[in-house]
Design a protein around this ligand. Structure first.
Ligand SMILES: C[S@@+](CC[C@H](N)C(=O)[O-])C[C@H]1O[C@@H](n2cnc3c(N)ncnc32)[C@H](O)[C@@H]1O
Length: 277
């Protein structure tokens, strides 16, 4: 377990002897760098997969920052207890409101109070489903505080008291909020300018246009008797763009009728038919 409640990750935390004075505090700040602050019982689970590949490089390059807040450090008694049995009985344990509140208050010190600039989110299966639009919104903030639940979840009163936004990764139940937090951070960080080498790829991806993405192909030209569609080898850029758009529309219509209806409505077409409005 870490001996301080907050621990930063990335470039700023791996050069302890060379850090300037400001960065030697428990709460190093880098002006302008989007910051993910994660309140968790498993701080060692971070940065996890976020420390690899493009998000890891961007973390090293200080294009974003990660800070974990160890919930256990706010626990009570010899064992630093953070949970207790559910009021009214039933299985499992519930994270205590008073303990979680102390961690949130600690995490929020010195951060913007405006939730539009710094959302406070509890990863929860009861939350609003996470989507690309939410990732866009979060990527335009200064940072975010993410609260990872464990056991049966959080005492409801702390959610109400702080007006916490609940966000779900999907209609399934995870053991804890850490994997959900990492997924949310990954989807958000890759939208921050310069994190991906090629910003155009973000704009063309699934959901950015309201459609699922078209299929991709690469070498070899023939594999297991399957060829790359001729049009993609034609060098005719306008026709390739038309083919990709048609494929994106076909896949969306087949696989995600909900997205297809929204896309048609957004483009002034009857959501339920093929006729122009
Ligand atoms: C075992 S779950 C609690 C489930 C809760 N008792 C319920 O039935 O809704 C423990 C923690 O995992 C996280 N979690 C589980 N499923 C999730 C999901 N689909 N999206 C986001 N977080 C989730 C939450 O932080 C939650 O507090």
């Amino acid at each position: 377990m870490s001996d301080t409640p907050a621990k930063s990750h990335g470039r700023l935390s791996i050069r302890p002897t060379a850090r300037p004075r400001e960065l030697m505090s428990d709460r190093p700040k880098l002006a302008g760098a989007w910051t993910a602050q994660v309140i968790t019982l498993l701080p060692d689970a971070f940065p996890g997969v976020l420390g690899h590949s493009l998000t890891g490089k961007a973390l090293d390059d200080a294009l974003w920052q990660l800070e974990t807040v160890d919930l256990r450090m706010f626990g009570e008694g010899k064992h630093r207890n953070v949970d207790d049995t559910p009021a009214g009985g039933g299985a499992g344990m519930v994270l205590r409101a008073d303990i979680v509140a102390k961690a949130i208050t600690h995490a929020q010190r010195g951060r913007p109070k405006d939730r539009a600039q710094w959302p406070l989110v509890y990863l929860s299966p009861r939350g609003k489903p996470f989507d690309q639009a939410m990732a866009q919104r979060f990527s335009a903030t200064q940072g975010i505080t993410l609260l990872c639940g464990r056991f049966e979840g959080l005492d409801e009163r702390v959610i109400e008291h702080f007006g916490i936004e609940e966000v779900s990764l999907g209609d399934f139940v995870l053991t804890g909020g850490e994997i959900a937090a990492q997924a949310l951070i990954d989807a958000t960080v890759r939208l921050i300018p310069r994190v991906l080498g090629n910003q155009a790829s973000v704009e063309e991806e699934s959901f950015s246009t309201g459609l699922l993405e078209h299929p991709h192909y690469t070498k070899p030209a023939l594999w297991e008797g399957r060829e790359i569609p001729d049009i993609l080898l034609s060098g005719h850029h306008a026709k390739i763009a038309d083919w990709r758009q048609a494929e994106a529309e076909r896949l969306t219509k087949e696989r995600r009728p909900d997205l297809w209806r929204a896309y048609r409505a957004k483009h002034g077409r009857d959501p339920d038919g093929d006729q122009e409005l």
